[in-house]
Ligand binder design. Structure first.
Ligand code: HEC
Length: 99
């Protein structure tokens, strides 16, 4: 059964891999609740979208099942536009190299 254990370990992220935390500000909790079921924070943090593009993206994700209340939609779009707009400079997550 060693092979099975190895296969499972190989599929896990390398120890030391750290996802970025999303910046603290209004809307973070709603985003974490609605988006983390399918995405890591990095997928969100690497975007450079205008408010219009974020609106379209959030609406698409809601159609796909993101648990975001209609009343929380705008706060989420504002959060994403504020932090991950066209000026966003994202540095990819550093991973620990294999030894
Ligand atoms: C039910 C699973 C699910 C949830 C929940 C979800 N997404 Fe997605 N998302 C996907 C899938 C699948 C893709 C890739 C397909 C694609 O790119 O069209 C994707 C792609 C994306 C992309 C890449 C660009 C794009 O338009 O394809 C962004 C940005 C994104 N999601 C943001 C979000 C945000 C913000 C939330 C929370 C409001 C969210 N997602 C919630 C499934 C989900």
């Amino acid at each position: 059964m060693t092979w099975l254990l190895l296969a499972i370990l190989a599929a896990l992220p390398m120890p030391g891999t750290q996802f970025k935390q999303l910046p603290d500000s209004k809307g973070k909790a709603e985003i974490e609740h609605a988006c983390y079921t399918c995405h890591s924070p990095d997928l969100l943090a690497q975007q450079r979208l205008t408010p219009k593009q974020w609106t379209a993206t959030v609406e698409k994700m809601m159609r796909w099942g993101a648990e975001l209340k209609e009343s929380d939609k705008q706060v989420a779009i504002d959060y994403l536009s504020r932090h991950f707009g066209p000026e966003n400079r994202f540095t990819p997550t550093a991973t620990t190299p294999m030894k």
